[in-house]
Design a protein around this ligand. Structure first.
Ligand code: MG
Ligand code: MG
Length: 262
């Protein structure tokens, strides 16, 4: 088992640059995502934007993954394939994006609603994003990895939602997936100690219904067992004393979405 790679301040700044490129890519996606667009168009846009900004799409060819984005619709949890599917009103679309810049990875996911989604789905989106924020609050020196998972799980289950256990967050750096694993469930005060220099992706995957998932025989797509919706939000975060440093950002996507509504 590989060890945790603790990052220097310089390395953290490089991961911030990669993560901000991912954040801006989500902002570009937010500008065009709507009913009538094919999900493969989002993938092409992301690949072009990342390359035009000097980066490399991190997911493309990762373990044989054939696209730059993971696009997971409605009951799909993660690792869905972009394709000819045309988005329609009421779709829930989880977009996971990674980029490599100066050899360092950034990783972030955002879930978009197309047009008007059901009240249950709206609540799922809100609670999943709150789960991410609550998990990040725990990513400080002195806590343990289980404190993050506990915060996420407690909030999701309080609202009657299911926490996906088969897939977890992870360290980020010179590799997309490094030690440690960052589960979205756990016991307070359990697991490894969080220390300065750790950079982790916190990424709650929360289901409107049961927690269980199934793995498709395309080798990638993961969906809910009960066919109900799933949401996914993710930030790349540096563990710090007192307050975690969020290296990715939803600033760009939020600005675009706010303008779309007004
Ligand atoms: Mg991701
Ligand atoms: Mg990730």
């Amino acid at each position: 088992m590989s060890k945790i790679h603790y990052k220097s301040a310089e390395e953290i700044e490089l991961i911030r640059e990669s993560s901000l490129l991912v954040a801006k890519t989500h902002g570009e996606i937010a500008k065009v995502i709507r009913a009538g667009i094919q999900t493969i168009e989002l993938d092409k846009l992301a690949e072009t934007f990342i390359r035009d900004n000097g980066g490399i799409p991190a997911f493309l060819n990762y373990g044989g993954f054939p696209y730059s984005l993971c696009i997971s619709l409605n009951n799909q949890v993660v690792h869905g394939f972009p394709g000819k599917h045309v988005l329609t009103d009421g779709d829930l679309v989880s977009v996971d994006c990674g980029a490599i810049l100066n050899n360092y990875y950034g990783d972030s996911a955002f879930t978009f609603a197309i047009g008007e989604v059901s009240d249950e789905v709206k609540k799922l989106m809100r609670v999943t994003r709150e789960c991410l924020d609550l998990g990040i609050e725990k990513a400080v020196v002195g806590n343990r990895i289980g404190d993050i998972g506990y915060a996420v799980q407690e909030h999701a289950e309080k609202h009657g939602f299911g926490v996906v256990k088969e897939l977890v967050g992870h360290g980020v750096g010179l590799k997309l997936h490094e030690k440690p694993e960052v589960p979205n469930y756990g016991k307070r005060g359990s697991g490894i100690k969080l220390e300065e220099g750790m950079v982790i992706a916190i990424e709650p995957m929360i289901n409107a219904g049961r927690a269980g998932v199934k793995f498709w025989d395309d080798g990638w797509t993961v969906s809910t067992v009960d066919g109900k919706a799933s949401a996914h939000y993710e930030h790349t975060v540096a563990v710090k004393k007192g307050k975690a440093d969020i290296l990715s950002s939803f600033k760009y996507v939020d600005e675009v979405l706010k303008e779309k509504i007004n």
